[in-house]
Design a protein around this ligand. Structure first.
Ligand code: NAD
Length: 273
């Protein structure tokens, strides 16, 4: 008896997912792998800045990414971790070179690495502002720029992990909201610059239980994580890394969607009254 293998448009594709040692990125990487793509994960263990959601320089992203690689290899796809700080142009260039030389090309770039702190603007040091903007916004620019020649060649896609913070303001998150608004502006502009070769879209998660919430946002609120979910999400449940992964596959497979930001928030942004 022959086994039917379901073919998708991601069969044989090569994808880079930045920050896939973390939860949302690993959800995206494993869903892309399930759809047939090989995966290169770009992540770091240590940031030069103290400003990240783990309140130290340690993020352990590249180390955690090894477990994601094993999971993807178990799914039958090739996977590989490259230690790459998305704010460093020379490391970004090496990431793209290594991907193309080892995997033979590049079809999809998912700019997902991101960090967060909570500080009112009146108390914010300039280097805290810079740290958040560097990873969340400049990192998207740097990795996209380096990847574009290969993505044009393969008629590929860019998917950026933005946030509902790209749509709204939030007290204490001026820098983070500014960075995610920047990602959406870049997404829309790049979609015009790269058409008709490359599609460029954004995913805007609502609330996903990752270190961003556990280490930073929940401790700031005078309620539990579960109470936040119940208060702000009309659908009554948080969103998952798999939600973001399935949307990434959908966007990567569709050549007629570009310049869009798709929100996956269970209705949070409609919940104003
Ligand atoms: P996470 O901390 O689990 O993952 C982030 C990953 O990015 C980590 O593995 C970290 O090591 C990596 N990273 C940080 N700085 C980096 C750098 N300079 N270079 C390379 N890698 C770097 O967080 P997450 O919640 O999975 O966040 C993923 C993305 O989703 C972020 O862009 C975040 O802003 C966005 N987001 C998260 C939520 C949420 O509720 N968790 C909501 C909206 C948007």
């Amino acid at each position: 008896m022959s086994i039917m293998v379901e073919r998708t448009s991601l069969d044989g594709a090569v994808s880079i997912v930045t920050g896939a040692g973390g939860d949302i990125g690993s959800g995206i990487a494993t869903e892309l792998a399930s759809a047939g793509s090989d995966i290169v994960i770009a992540d770091v263990d240590v940031l030069e800045t103290a400003y990240n959601q783990q309140s130290s320089q340690e993020v352990s992203g590249a180390t955690r990414a090894q477990a994601v690689v094993e999971q993807i290899e178990d799914q039958g796809q090739r996977a590989h971790v490259v230690e790459c700080n998305v704010t460093k142009p020379e490391q970004v260039d090496a990431l793209i070179d290594e991907t193309v030389s080892e995997f033979g090309g590049l079809d999809l770039l998912v700019n997902n690495a991101g960090i967060i702190t909570v500080t009112p603007v009146e108390e914010m040091a300039a280097d805290e502002w810079d740290s958040i903007m560097d990873v969340n916004a400049k990192g998207v620019f740097l990795v996209s720029k380096a990847a574009i020649p290969h993505l044009r060649e393969s008629e590929g896609s860019i998917i950026n992990t933005a946030s509902i913070a790209g749509d709204i303001g939030a007290a204490g998150l001026g820098h983070y909201c500014a960075s995610k608004h920047a990602v959406l502006g870049l997404t829309k502009s790049l979609s015009l610059e790269l058409a008709p070769d490359v599609t460029v879209n954004a995913i805007c998660p609502g609330i996903v239980q990752t270190p961003m919430w556990e280490d930073v946002l929940t401790p700031e609120l005078e309620e539990s994580y579960e109470e936040t979910i119940e208060r702000v999400i009309p659908m009554g449940r948080d969103q998952t890394p798999d939600d973001m992964g399935r949307l990434a596959v959908f966007l990567a497979e569709n050549r007629n969607i570009t310049g869009q930001a798709v929100t996956v928030d269970g209705g949070i942004l409609q919940n104003v009254i």
